[in-house]
Design a protein around this ligand. Structure first.
Ligand code: CUA
Length: 150
């Protein structure tokens, strides 16, 4: 026979778990949270570049190293969807895009990926948020979103 108090504890625990699960679905749906992917590593990720797939789809391949990101400036048209691939050439760095829900790690020998839409024109700062040595606070890049959509 379960004690009344024990039953309350069990019911409360189940309700709290249910709330967590609802919060996850809410984040995925209403807040459009994107789960970061870790991709199998390949040497081609060590070449920093911006690639255009079609009019509104871009890919930026970032290489982090002490103490900068390459490409340091990337130009993207307004309304683009951009895949960000991030790797590191030396130590572990962070990769945070201001005003966007992007928070990745740049890991040597690893690739992290996320996808972002840029609907508002502006200069989006990218900063390293993982302490990586004496130049850490200066380690940044820019994504410039200013081209009109064609
Ligand atoms: Cu790179 Cu801090």
């Amino acid at each position: 026979m379960i004690d009344v108090f024990e039953r309350r504890v069990i019911i409360t625990a189940i309700l709290v778990m249910g709330l967590f699960i609802l919060a996850i679905f809410y984040a995925m749906g209403a807040r459009k949270a994107d789960v970061t992917e870790c991709l199998p590593y390949d040497k081609t990720y060590e070449t920093a570049r911006v690639e255009q797939l079609d009019k509104t789809t871009y890919q930026i391949y970032y290489v982090a190293r002490m103490w900068n990101f390459e490409p340091s400036v990337a130009y993207i048209p307004v309304g683009s969807e951009v895949d960000l691939f991030v790797t590191s050439n030396d130590v572990v760095h962070g990769f945070n895009v201001y005003n966007k829900n992007v928070n990745l790690m740049a890991v040597p020998g690893g690739v992290t990926k996320t996808t972002v839409r840029f609907d508002q024109p502006g200069v989006y700062k990218v900063v390293c948020h993982e302490y990586c040595g004496t130049g850490h606070q200066n380690m940044q890049a820019e994504i410039i979103v200013n081209y009109p959509k064609k």
